[in-house]
Ligand binder design. Structure first.
Ligand code: NZQ
Ligand code: ZN
Length: 383
């Protein structure tokens, strides 16, 4: 097992009684900015539940954060924070609202060009405190210190991470997720599944506990996924999906083990250039990355095949291939398409994405063996 430090300061309030507890979770005397997306919280009643709980608090609102939140939009919220001397941000929505709010929190206290936070030229050392009411289980953003922001003008999608932007608390009320449509449910399941695989499908690291924690999340997702459509009003199913998503990217299963993340970095380029959803981009790329690296990943692919899917085969090579195919069918079973062509994206994407990665001199994967040529080869198999 590799050395690691694990510190997660996020207080989780899980269940259908969380929202009324907001006044107990936010520091007394805070000047609040309530941030949200494009209106789902108005339609499903979450806005009303939140503002009712916060009656009497000095509160400003900033709605309109996009899916894949935009840098340009976040900067408008930074202005409000500065003008109104906001002292606490409450993000109500999915991963995009959370990520946008983390960036707003950091940029408000940042002295200099905030774009440099995302290009990694600058490190974030302070941010306004923030908390969240999560309405979409997928990203794990509610319990981590990462944020991914898109700049419309240059079609870039870049992330940053800092201990300063961990939410102080996250209210996880599964009943807020009943209003999600099939597309977002499917995306969320794929995103969670791929977060786990990015931290698990690498090479053995003598970390049996982390392996089994990862497998537990995968097995739970496989068990719960078909129930969402069969029983769309089942609270327990929503609760289990929500807790899986939080556990998938709160740092725990990644302690002391090698991590991949190439699927995410390639996927972000596809979203930046062609606008496909985050979950969709992952469903396209992951099978290609696993196929390309099937020999490097063979031991873990075989363990995954046996323990998660209960598969056997005549040879390790066949078992590894079968596991990759089974994963792709799972993504399809939750309604997420797995080929570029199915999203109307043609062969031009291969060079466009590879060029982007070449410009940044990136080498991806747990062995840093994926350069721009390898990424082009991977995407060619996903047309
Ligand atoms: O904008 P509103 O109107 O709220 O609608 C959203 C949006 O259209 C809607 N929605 C959210 N909750 C809903 C709902 N609709 C009905 N009922 C509800 N309860 O769903 C749509 C998608 O929302 P979004 O927040 O974009 O989805 P998600 O949570 O999947 O977040 C995706 C973003 O997170 C980033 C992605 O790159 C992408 O930008 N990620 C963040 C990570 C992190 N911070 O750790 C890690 C992830 O790998 C990912 O990169
Ligand atoms: Zn993701």
């Amino acid at each position: 097992m590799q050395n690691f430090v694990y510190h997660n300061p996020v207080r989780i309030v899980f269940g259908d009684n969380g929202i009324p507890q907001l006044p107990l979770l936010i520091p007394e005397g805070s000047r609040l900015l309530l941030t949200y997306g494009q209106g789902s919280i108005h339609r499903n009643g979450v806005y009303q539940r939140v503002t009712e709980a916060l009656k009497g608090w000095p509160l400003w609102e900033f709605g309109g954060l996009e899916a894949n939140p935009r840098y340009e939009t976040c900067l408008r919220a930074v202005e409000i924070c500065r003008q109104q001397q906001v002292s606490f941000i409450l993000a109500v929505g999915g991963g995009s609202v959370l990520d946008g709010s983390k960036f707003i929190a950091a940029a408000t206290l940042f002295d200099g060009d905030p774009w440099t936070i995302l290009t990694k030229e600058a490190t974030v050392t302070q941010a306004l405190p923030l908390g969240s009411v999560l309405t979409l289980p997928a990203t794990g953003s509610e319990m981590n210190g990462f944020s991914v922001i898109s700049r419309a003008a240059t079609q870039e999608k870049l992330g940053f991470g800092s201990p300063s932007v961990y939410p102080r608390f996250a209210i996880l009320d599964p009943s807020t997720t009943f209003s999600l449509d099939d597309r977002q449910i499917g995306n969320g399941i794929v995103d969670t599944f791929v977060h786990v695989l990015e931290q698990y499908l690498t090479y053995p690291a003598q970390a049996p506990l982390q392996d089994r924690q990862a497998e537990a999340i995968l097995l739970t997702l496989i068990e719960e996924a078909p129930k969402v459509r069969a029983a769309p009003h089942e609270y327990a199913v929503r609760a289990n999906l929500m807790w899986c998503a939080t556990q998938g990217l709160n740092g725990l299963i990644g302690c002391g083990v090698p991590q991949d993340w190439s699927t995410h970095l390639i996927g972000h380029e596809l979203t930046a250039l062609y606008g496909i959803d985050h979950g969709q981009s992952l469903a396209v790329v992951l099978p290609g990355v696993c196929f390309h690296n099937r020999l490097h990943k063979q031991e873990k692919l075989c363990q995954y095949a046996r323990r998660v899917w209960g598969m056997t085969a005549d040879s390790p090579a066949e078992l590894a291939l079968a596991a990759i195919q089974r994963t792709e069918s799972f993504f399809q079973s939750v309604g997420v398409k797995t080929r570029l062509g199915e999203y109307g994206i043609g062969p031009e994407a291969v060079t466009a994405v590879a060029n982007r990665l070449a410009e940044r001199h990136l080498r991806l994967g747990e062995r840093a063996n994926l350069d721009a040529t390898a990424v082009a080869a991977i995407l060619t198999t996903r047309l």
